[in-house]
Design a protein around this ligand. Structure first.
Ligand SMILES: Nc1ncnc2c1ncn2[C@@H]1O[C@H](COP(=O)(O)OP(=O)(O)O)[C@@H](O)[C@H]1O
Ligand SMILES: [Mg+2]
Length: 440
């Protein structure tokens, strides 16, 4: 509707205006015709009366009597000329005024510019004796034109009002169209803004959690070091054959090592530990992880791999291994009765962002996908899965840190982590890592 010069209602209004105008002209013409017809009729009637009156005078060729009748008629100011003619066409009486010509022989009747000419035969007992002629003033041209113009003007104004109204109406409609376009854009912008704000909030939350857990992990690490140091001192003091106490000490040291490892992971999550990126092929990395994966997943999970990717990426290899392990263990937890886990890698040219990836740049990516046929995630779980400490697992089983740490690491390495899932059918977690230029 925007692009068309005239909209349908405007065209309709213009057509209506044109129609009205034409109708107005026709009406004016018709009215003029009626008026003239009336004038002709009046003049004709007067001529007939004159013809009847002068019949005797004509029969006796009494020019004086005829002139008297004519004189009586001249009192009518609309009469311009009148004449009485005998059987031979000779004028025997007449008058004219105002520059009108009185023909010497009976003229042909007619309706001319400014006057109406009428001739009527003078008869007695059916015999033609002569002719009378009357010329009456018709309505002057200017007055007729003025009448025309008055009527036409009225109709034109009406038509114009309609046209202007409809044009402004369609202009309004166009304006409303534009407004609604602007409105839509505004709405889109607002949605986009809300999304950005949500992402920012998420980032702030991660940051806060990271700082908090990082701080705790740091202090915790120091405490672990103190306990470890004391245990070492204790071991030195004990003599070598105190087998039982040494055994306890070894167990305590082992637990401390695990605790230290955990704090390292939390420190990595809170980015207090710098990443050590190096060139690596995701396919190789997954292949090397094979035995460990097998061991962690147990017998009930059948693993299948399809490692098509050849391109290199750059990332911290230890962290990436942790991510893959985390994702695999999540898949295992989603398939308590056992199932299939498919791990695949692909080289991809991506022009558009995969659904759910924020801040995405088109380009070459290596994709790593873990697909299970487990319980899947509801929309609610999916939307919160990467939140730190979000877990649906029972106390002591889940920490709720696996996905958030993986997400944080992948984003920090310039990649994307995307979750797709259908409740009851399974989940698919895909990591997109940018291809490393000239890494090989
Ligand atoms: N493959 C999966 N299938 C179904 N749900 C999953 C899967 N991976 C993660 N989730 C859901 O996301 C939540 C968070 O996962 P994660 O951050 O690894 O924490 P955790 O495994 O400790 O619960 C899980 O509790 C689970 O509800
Ligand atoms: Mg997990």
């Amino acid at each position: 509707m925007n692009r068309r010069r005239f909209s349908l209602p405007v065209l309709a209004a213009l057509a209506a205006a044109g129609f009205l105008l034409a109708a107005g002209l026709l009406m004016a013409r018709y009215e003029d015709r009626l008026y003239t017809d009336q004038q002709i009729k009046n003049t004709d009637e007067q001529a007939h009366i004159l013809a009847a009156s002068v019949a005797g005078a004509v029969a006796f060729e009494d020019a004086r009597a005829a002139q008297e009748y004519i004189g009586a008629l001249s009192a009518n100011p609309e009469l311009l000329a009148a004449g009485v003619y005998d059987g031979r066409g000779q004028r025997i009486a007449g008058f004219s005024r105002g520059g009108a010509t009185l023909p010497s022989r009976p003229p042909t009747p007619g309706y001319g510019d400014g006057h109406i000419d009428v001739t009527v035969p003078v008869t007695q007992n059916g015999a033609a004796l002569g002719t009378v002629f009357l010329s009456a003033a018709a309505e002057p041209l200017q007055r007729r034109i003025a009448r025309y113009i008055g009527l036409v003007l009225l109709v034109t104004m009406g038509a114009l009002v309609i046209a202007v109204l409809s044009i402004s109406q369609s202009a309004l409609a166009r304006r409303a169209d534009q407004l609604s376009v602007v409105n839509h854009r505004l709405q889109d912008e607002m949605t986009e803004r809300a999304r950005t704000e949500e992402a920012l909030r998420q980032a702030h939350k991660m940051e806060a959690v990271g700082q908090l857990s990082g701080g705790i992990a740091h202090d915790f690490n120091n405490l672990i070091m103190i306990v470890k140091g004391n245990l070492r001192l204790l071991r030195k003091r004990l003599d070598a054959n105190a087998e039982q106490p040494l055994h306890y000490i070894a167990a305590a040291e082992e637990a401390l090592d695990r605790a230290a490892h955990l704090t390292q992971r939390i420190l990595a999550f809170s980015r207090r530990q710098p990443l050590k990126p190096e060139p690596v092929r995701l396919s190789t990395l997954v292949a090397d992880l094979g035995p460990l994966l097998h061991h962690s997943l147990g017998e009930a999970v059948e693993t299948e791999t399809q490692l098509d990717a050849n391109w290199w990426i750059r990332c911290d290899v230890n962290q990436m291994e942790n991510v893959i392990l985390n994702l695999a263990i999540n898949a295992r937890d989603a398939m308590p009765e056992g199932g299939r886990l498919m791990i695949s890698t692909h080289d991809l040219h991506l022009a558009v962002a995969p659904a759910g990836a924020d801040d995405f740049k088109p380009g070459e990516y290596v994709a790593l996908t873990l697909r299970d046929n487990g319980v899947g995630m509801s929309e609610e779980v999916k939307s919160r899965a990467v939140d730190p400490f979000f877990t649906t697992k029972p106390l002591g089983k889940g920490t709720g840190l696996g996905l958030s740490m993986s997400f944080g690491f992948v984003r920090q390495s310039g990649g994307h982590l995307v979750i797709a899932s259908v409740p009851g059918q399974g989940s698919e977690i895909t990591i997109y890592m940018p291809r490393a230029e000239g890494a090989a």
